[in-house]
Design a protein around this ligand. Structure first.
Ligand code: HEM
Length: 362
């Protein structure tokens, strides 16, 4: 009898507690500052859909489809909006002071040591200091000096294409080859050595970087559930360790490579040389870790972005005889042979420029 009374009191208590929590949640939803912004109802109530999109690797496609449905501003999580208009780009990136980056970047490489690179730093003062000492690595003259390092890998890619097409035995997956090429180029500029990814059709660092990006999504999902984080870590410890492997391996690869370069200075006109010349000596972190964090950021900022853009141009140009003919006519009119092609003249080709801009828009 006592047991029955106790259990029904507990059930009643749970129901009351749940009802109370639900009322609080509904009240919070009704009074939330973002309540008027359109978006999926579930996403306005909980972070679960956003975390799921992110972990599935389809977040950007899903958010694009939400913009098609709801318009230029969509509420994608209780406290998050996504914007996709040209004006929002200007407001977000050009505002004074600029918007602070999201806590997503707290899951980046070396963040656990309190060290951030140029793309992952969220602190405005730290970021503008980094911009100052990194700017010489991206100046016009520095980029011109890097042309030879870039051309080396483009030549290698073209060499492989010629060889494979002469053999005629293999279909080349351009996406994979372009990815290896941009990894080699960015690796050469950021780490002072190509990854030989083109030669070997892969490099462990490419895998580590992709694994690290997955870990960033995971850390972002977990930080949204601080109370559940430890339980999830316990239950899925093996999966988490596997996901963290890529990040650990990349950090170790980056530190070893940078350490080796600092011990064996070269006068290559790459990012590292410029960074060494201009790095802030009062940096509170060990120089090797700080440079490795920047180099990692350059890899993630420069390789997949360039690969996707060139891949998009090639995809449309190869599918459309009209685009292909206009593009090849423009290039062959300007350059008599492959050896004549150079960055400065190629940048002045109007149709090529249009295609690249359109690829960036897409
Ligand atoms: C088509 C190719 C590229 C695209 C579409 C692209 C796009 C972007 C975007 C959207 C940002 C802003 C990101 C943010 O603030 O969160 C950015 C920043 C940056 N990108 Fe690129 N990028 C490309 C190529 C490159 C290359 C080749 C490098 C050189 C390694 C590079 C280095 C950087 C750096 C260092 C930043 C951070 C700038 C700062 O925070 O001050 N990007 N890029």
């Amino acid at each position: 009898m006592l047991y029955t009374n106790l259990s029904s009191s507990l059930s009643l208590g749970s129901i009351l507690l749940l009802t109370f929590l639900l009322i609080c949640k509904l009240r919070a939803v009704q009074t939330h500052l973002l309540r008027c912004i359109p978006g999926p109802t579930l996403a306005s109530l909980t972070d679960i859909p956003y975390s799921y999109w992110s972990l599935s690797g389809r977040k950007d496609f899903i958010i694009l489809s939400l913009h098609a449905k709801y318009g230029p501003v969509v509420r994608v999580a209780p406290n998050e909006l996504s914007f996709n208009s040209a004006q929002s780009w200007r407001d977000i990136y050009g505002g004074h002071p600029p918007f602070q980056k999201s806590a997503l970047y707290d899951g980046a490489w070396f963040a656990n040591l309190g060290v951030y690179g140029i793309t992952t730093s969220r602190d405005e003062d730290q970021h503008s200091l980094m911009r100052k000492y990194l700017a010489p690595a991206f100046s016009h003259s520095a980029l011109r000096a890097q042309e030879g390092l870039v051309a080396e890998h483009v030549d290698e890619l073209i060499g492989w294409m010629r060889e494979k097409s002469i053999q005629g035995s293999e279909i080349m997956d351009l996406e994979v080859w372009m990815r290896m090429c941009t990894f080699d180029i960015t690796g050469s500029l950021a780490f002072g050595q190509g990854f030989n990814a083109l030669k070997n059709s892969q490099h462990p660092a490419v895998r580590f970087i992709n694994g690290s990006l997955r870990q960033v999504s995971l850390a972002d999902a977990l930080r949204r559930y601080p109370y559940l984080r430890n339980i999830i870590a316990l239950v899925f410890s093996r999966t988490l360790l596997k996901l963290m492997h890529g990040m650990k391996m990349f950090e170790s690869f980056a530190l070893t490579t940078i350490r080796h370069r600092l011990a064996n200075p070269l006068k290559r006109p790459d990012f590292l040389t410029r960074i060494q010349e201009n790095l802030d000596p009062s940096s509170p972190h060990p120089i090797v870790v700080q440079i490795a964090a920047h180099a990692g950021d350059f890899m993630s900022a420069g390789s997949d972005t360039s690969n996707t853009t060139v891949g998009t141009v090639l995809n449309y140009a190869l599918r459309s005889p009209d685009l292909y003919n206009r593009l090849t006519t423009e290039i062959r009119t300007k350059f008599k042979s492959y050896q004549d092609i150079n960055a400065q003249d190629a940048a002045a080709l109007p149709f090529l420029k249009l295609l690249i801009l359109e690829a960036l828009r897409i």
